[in-house]
Design a protein. Structure first.
Length: 149
């Protein structure tokens, strides 16, 4: 049972999602309490591999409301926990042109903070239009089927 805290809503609109991975999230002090309150923004965040470690950038976790002056920086770089084989596989794939790592959602699984990372390729404007046209056509088909009943 997982408790979803935040999702990156525009991820499927802006990217083609090729693979997903589950990674642990290293947090400090009151960040966990702030995360449980749902005070997180994944909008501009991305992940990068450096020295065989994965880091999450620009993930904004607001300071805990009842915290003290020792609250960590809201947009600090956070380490992600993945297995060595997964990191090496991701390193090889992210070096291909156009592939990047983006977080899709943050959730709690058995009390631990997890991030669902996606290996994604950015969509061009015409790809976004084609996807939107396909969705619209599918909705109209379903609407027609519903009216026939």
């Amino acid at each position: 049972m997982s408790d979803i805290v935040a999702t990156h809503r525009k991820a499927h609109h802006d990217y083609f999602i090729e693979e997903t991975y589950e990674a642990g999230l290293v947090l400090l002090g009151t960040e966990v309490k702030s995360l449980r309150e749902g005070r997180v923004n994944l909008q501009d965040s991305f992940a990068r591999i450096e020295r065989e470690e994965v880091f999450l950038y620009h993930c904004h976790i607001s300071p805990y409301s009842h915290g003290n002056i020792a609250n960590p920086d809201p947009t600090r770089t956070r380490k992600l926990l993945l297995k060595g084989g997964e990191i090496r596989r991701l390193l090889g794939k992210t070096q291909q042109k156009g592939l990047t790592l983006i977080p899709l959602k943050i959730y709690f699984k058995r009390g631990l903070a997890k991030v669902e990372l996606a290996l994604a390729r950015g969509k061009k404007m015409y790809d976004k239009r084609a996807t939107e046209a396909k969705k619209t056509a599918q909705r109209e088909i379903e609407k027609a089927h519903k009216q026939r009943r």
